[in-house]
Design a protein around this ligand. Structure first.
Ligand SMILES: Nc1ncnc2c1ncn2[C@@H]1O[C@H](COP(=O)(O)OP(=O)(O)OP(=O)(O)O)[C@@H](O)[C@H]1O
Ligand SMILES: [Mg+2]
Length: 414
């Protein structure tokens, strides 16, 4: 998929923007705070609904306005067809909103798409941005967001599963709080209800996350090894409800079936058996934590606490890594994402490179460039010459490279 046109209404510092873009390399340059990252963010919101900078959609509405609208015109090279995507957010006072509260609207070719899961994945993008460092140093929520978005781009059902699980966790938490710190045995059946539902959904979620984390770990390790000249061994290991991974591996590895599990070629009944055992294991963990959870009014055990444990030569990266090591590891994770999407969907995602070249040294730039073949690319930078000089092999005479200068929320094609 490639984007041919971007149109923004009241998005960040753009009142109205209509921008034709090229099929290969698009360089967006300009001084600080002019609106370069805002364009990258808008493409991400138009394609994957999520921003890499905020979880609060409202923040992206232009100051003083009531809604934002991002529209992307895309071209599907495989089918030769054009697709229009619209991702809009209408605030409470928006003319387009008759409800109280905000309204999100997603459309494809003018038809309302009721589920986010059916929208994500039509036009895949992968973003490389300074915020990627949070993948290594940040709180677990950054890594869960990375994992959730990656899997949702290749598996719509995962996004639905995630939404259902979150809903049950919220409902269980509300139930726990209503106990006001003291167990009431006559209401144990309420918690049983939520725990059964959670055990069932969480087992499915854990299997998906373990599958993708295994892919990520292998790919990111390889990339990291290249970036670090083979000096460092990166491991990115899935961390979830205690004992779950050991149980799954125990059931698969004695028959050498772990690779089949990862590549989704494992037979359905083996998978169903694993899921049933895992579900039982999770239920035991949830009920085991019940007294503690009722006292505190929270869920101390569950997939909402999952993480990816990153280590470098056996040392925890969150605690011991240097800035350079964090850059390399976060780049390795993003390159793994790019490859997984490419392999799973059969087409190259669009690359959004926000200000990354100024941050990376020669070696890491080369690693990034090597992974970028044959995709549409959007690059932001402050200095046009910097990109021209530093992207050998990407910006060459036979690549259609377009330059856009951004100045105070206006874009000037050059
Ligand atoms: N909701 C909003 N409404 C209006 N303007 C906004 C909004 N959010 C951010 N801005 C403005 O957008 C500008 C920042 O845009 P952006 O982050 O795209 O800059 P940039 O060109 O990428 O700069 P840098 O080179 O520093 O990364 C700032 O001037 C900021 O005040
Ligand atoms: Mg920026």
């Amino acid at each position: 998929m490639i984007i041919s046109h971007i149109s923004l209404t009241n998005f960040r510092n753009y009142g109205r923007l209509d921008m034709e873009v090229g099929p290969s390399v698009n360089v967006i340059y300009g001084n600080n705070a002019q609106g370069k990252t805002n364009i990258i963010e808008a493409i991400s919101v138009g394609s994957s609904v999520t921003s890499h900078r905020t979880t609060k959609d409202k923040e992206m509405i232009k100051f003083g306005q009531n809604e934002f609208i991002v529209e992307l015109l895309c071209h599907d090279e495989v089918y030769g067809s054009d697709i229009s995507l619209k991702s809009a957010y209408y605030g409470e006072n928006s003319f387009f909103n008759t409800k109280s509260g905000y309204r999100r609207e997603l459309m494809q070719d003018g038809i309302l798409i009721p589920k986010i899961s059916r929208y994500i994945g039509t036009c895949n993008t992968v973003i490389f941005a300074p915020e990627d460092l949070n993948l290594v140093k940040g709180a677990p929520v950054s890594r869960r967001k990375y994992l959730n978005l990656l899997i949702s781009k290749v598996s719509p059902s995962y996004y639905d599963l995630l939404g259902n699980t979150k809903r049950i966790i919220d409902q269980k938490n509300a139930c726990l709080k209503s106990f006001r710190g003291r167990m009431d045995p006559s209401r144990a059946n309420e918690l049983d209800y939520w725990d059964y539902a959670l055990a069932d959904l969480s087992s499915e979620l854990i299997l998906e996350r373990l599958r993708y984390c295994s892919m990520i770990s292998r790919k990111a390790s390889l990339h990291h090894s290249v970036i670090s000249d083979g000096k460092e061994v990166l491991k990115a290991e899935y961390s979830t409800i205690t004992g779950s991974e050991a149980l799954i591996r125990g059931m698969l590895e004695e028959d050498g079936m772990f690779d089949e599990f990862v590549s989704q070629t494992l037979s359905g009944d083996i998978l169903a058996r694993i899921k049933a055992s895992l579900s039982e294991h999770i239920l035991n963990k949830l009920t085991g934590a019940r007294t503690f959870d009722v006292e505190r009014g929270i869920s101390s055990v569950g997939v909402h606490r999952d993480d990816i444990d990153m280590t470098l030569n056996g040392l925890s990266m969150r605690q011991y890594s240097s800035q350079g090591q964090q850059r390399s590891a976060s780049l390795a994770l993003k390159l793994a994402e790019l490859e997984i999407i490419r392999e799973r969907t059969g087409s190259s995602p669009i690359l959004l490179l926000d200000d990354v070249f100024s941050e990376l040294d020669e070696g890491r730039r080369i690693s990034l460039l090597a992974g970028m073949s044959s995709a549409q690319i959007f690059i932001t930078c402050t200095d046009r010459a910097f990109v021209e000089n530093r992207l050998p092999g990407v910006i060459t005479d036979d690549v259609d490279t377009r330059f856009y200068r951004v100045d105070s929320g206006e874009v000037f094609p050059e």
